[in-house]
Design a protein around this ligand. Sequence first.
Ligand SMILES: [Zn+2]
Length: 503
Amino acid sequence: MKKTVQRLLAGITALSLIFGGTMMMTQNQPLTYADATNSNWSGNAPKYIFLFIGDGMTYPQFTAASDYLGAVKSENKVVASENLAFMDFPVVGNATTFDSTSFCPDSASTATSISTGFKTLSGVINMDTSKTIAYETIAEKLKAQKGYKVGVVSSVPINHATPAAFYAHQASRNNYYEIGEELVKSDFDYFGGGDFLLPTGKDNNKESIYNVAKTNGYTIANTKEAVLGLTASNDKVIAINSTTVGGALPYEVDRKSGDLSLADFTRKGIDVLYNETGFFMMVEGGKIDWACHANDAVASIKDTIAFDDAVQEAVKFYNKHPKETLIIVTGDHETGGMTIGFAGTQYSTYLTQLTNQSMSYEAFDLKIADYRTKNTSFESVLKDIQKEFGLVTAANKDQTAYANMVMTDYELTQLEAAYKLSMISKNDRKLTEADKLLYGGYEPLSMAVTHLLNNKSGIGWTSYSHTGIPTAVFARGLGAELFSGSYDNTDLYVKMKSLTKVK
Ligand SMILES: [Zn+2]
């Protein structure tokens, strides 16, 4: 405790200078909470640095994905998980995630810790807890001091909290337009994945951010052909997926074959950024978090696997440049209180049952909106639930290969109660305390269906928000050994700083 207080006091007296109307910290020592132990590097700096952040992804999410893959591969005949590629990296560490607001932090503060080494309040992007001092990020430093090219990729909107924490400095993560303005003034070389949220501002009265981007010298590639056509000769590119849902890439479980994936945007990033001086690329698997907020294990598992596919693009690059490349894979916090194991299934899991789910909760929400319009009967809806999620009634038990997919009377009652609520228009629903615990702010029938399928498969959830367990850190390549052991998320910045010798 004494050590922490001393660091806090020293941090307050650290040097700063005026930057863009706010104070920009230039002196990064001493760091609040961060510990420089195991962070001193005297070797060469890695030229090519990949930082992968699975939003809301830590032990439960990647373990669920690897257990699922193992169960499906063996058709549940043996208990063996199938590791994702990053789980086999030679160095593993563990990072605490609390922020200045909570042990259950948000993506703005945790990404700030990773990119700048400072703790701050939930919701704040790269500013101190008084929201007056702006912090310079590792990406900005690598660009300014070492001439590295910089890429920022995300499956969610490109001005969302995690990507923003590498180029923006805002008192609120909700300042989407202002974050977009910082993006187009960043001079970073490649942005890929999701679209801009609020491209003309909250009140729809600002100049289109796409025009501001073009004025600042950015090329916008927003068709599959344009994105796939990008090369190293394109500098300053914003590559936006042609089909987005709420500004994000579709969930992997909903992605149409042939549409671009997170791995495609990562590979394109490598094409655009590759140069002799070096590059830094942050890639976020942002919808793992969104899936876990909605307690949808299949959407989370499929997006975690898609995230691993993106990591594998970096591994291919590493294999060509092993002496100059570093890959770091981590999460920012846990989401949903996901776990493997449920009260109703005790010591058993039935993960192969999850293969019955054909769409995300989000896609099913659209079907529910249609049921509401057409006043579709519960019996008809049950047929769809059997088709899209594999849950069957006792009367149809011969129509499933999985004995545990037959709903009990109790479960059917739960499903019908959720159906009745979902058939009422959103504004007219009166949610009881019990309803709020059961469904969060989500579509009741979608939550009832995914909860039933998840629980009957042995996956449990405790929250619709973030939780406080640490994240895992996996590393491979030059300097990877610095990432072993147990430390705070601010140390991720300290380690990257030490490796690259930026000031
Ligand atoms: Zn979240």
